[in-house]
Write a protein that binds this ligand. Structure first.
Ligand code: UDP
Length: 380
């Protein structure tokens, strides 16, 4: 038979991209007429591999580009030559990138150099400040003029793209695929709780306590911000009714500060990064998420958990607008105050703890697969 299938190359490099793309890859693979190839750059090796195993995503191509202490210059240069070679060998009909990493930005650029059309999953997020988050804000802006399929998670994101004069016909509000990942993982956990049994000892140790789930890894918070966060966590954990569950990001800027400032304390579990089913269980166990992560701002509201966001700006304003997320920055005093308020004031807590899904209904990946397929003239 001749070549009837259109070849789609999905490119990604970090943990959040893998989490947000595994449902998309699955949906594309279920779509007739598409040949789906996956390429990981392994921009962040360890955390990426944790997802690949769990999501059953064995990449077709693995560039393994992680270097210790890599600069953005070297990373970008190696990504460009590496991904360019892959595209020359694979000759895809379309390249799909997600979000705002160097891999997404360079993947789009390498495709553009070959005049291969690009789809951008999670398009249109904007904080309005090119240095927050840095360099992600500019990474995702660079993808915009290249892509011809923009999968905006929300109407706010679509509007941001229209303001940049992106052709409205190219913008599709699909919801965020992280909600698909979350639903799929919760369903798997309901069938088989042993997938997250690694948290049993912590659940037992913290039984009866009010758990705060903490994640932090943003570059803007390295240095003084991290120290302020550590100091706030120490004070919050002084409350005998409260416990902190803290999967620590492996970046040395995070680990070294937390090691130095938090030591061994009975109310703080500083643990290795969790694979996705374990993290989803951790979110379900907690009362409040205290984070600077992008993805957690989307997942926590879906589970009805208030999110205190340790950042000055967010490119995900929907949670703040809905009242389920609050921007609190990294001032130590403020972090303690806002957390204590949620712990002590039932009304304040209930006002934020409404299950709310501004980010999607769990069917984003199917919509994306249908649009990709239709783009080849093979959809219905
Ligand atoms: N996550 C995880 N294990 C952890 C911490 C986070 O699986 O120990 C997941 C989390 O559920 C979310 C994603 O990783 O989907 C967020 O990644 P990260 O905070 O590294 O990046 P960001 O979302 O800020 O780009």
């Amino acid at each position: 038979m001749g070549k009837h299938e259109s070849k789609v190359l999905v490119v990604f490099g970090t943990r959040p991209e893998a989490i947000k793309l595994f449902p998309v890859v699955a949906a594309l693979r279920r779509t007739p007429g598409l040949e789906v190839r996956t390429c990981v750059t392994a921009q962040h090796r360890g955390l990426l591999d944790q997802v690949l195993g769990i999501a059953g995503l064995t990449p077709d191509i693995d560039l393994d580009l992680m270097e210790p202490g890599q600069s953005l210059d070297r990373l970008t240069a190696r990504l460009l030559t590496g991904l360019g070679d892959v595209m020359d060998a694979e000759r895809p009909d379309r390249v799909i990138v997600q979000g705002d990493t160097a891999t997404a930005m360079v993947g789009a650029l390498a495709a553009y150099y070959r005049k291969v059309p690009v789809s951008h999953v999670e398009a249109g997020l904007r904080s309005g400040d090119i240095y927050q988050p840095w360099p992600e804000e500019v990474n995702r802006r660079i993808v915009a003029p290249i892509a011809d399929q923009h999968f905006a998670p929300t109407e706010t994101a679509a509007e941001a793209l229209r303001r940049e004069n992106i052709d409205p016909a190219m913008i599709h509000v699909t919801g965020n695929t992280v909600i698909d990942a979350l639903h799929a993982t919760r369903a798997r956990l309901a069938d088989d709780p042993s997938l997250a049994a690694g948290l049993d000892p912590i659940a037992e140790r913290f039984a009866g306590k009010r758990i705060i789930l903490v994640t932090t890894h943003r570059r803007e918070n390295f240095g003084g911000g991290m120290e302020a966060i550590a100091s706030a966590l120490g004070r919050i954990a002084d409350r005998p009714d409260t416990a902190i569950l803290f999967p620590v990001h492996p970046n040395p800027n995070v680990v070294s500060v937390m090691d130095a400032m938090l030591g061994d304390r009975p109310n703080i579990a500083r643990i290795d990064p969790l694979d996705y089913p374990h993290f989803v269980r951790a979110l379900a166990m907690c009362e409040i998420a205290l984070t600077d992560s992008g993805g957690v701002q989307e997942e926590a509201p879906a589970l009805g958990k208030p999110v205190l966001v340790m950042r000055e700006t967010t490119e995900r304003p929907e949670g703040v607008a809905a009242g389920t997320a609050k921007l609190i920055g990294t001032d130590s005093e403020r972090i303690v105050e806002e957390t204590s308020r949620l712990l002590d004031d039932g009304d304040a807590y209930s006002a934020m703890a409404r299950a709310h899904n501004p980010f999607g209904d769990g069917h984003s990946s199917e919509r994306i697969a249908a649009i990709v397929s239709a783009g080849f003239g093979s959809g219905d």
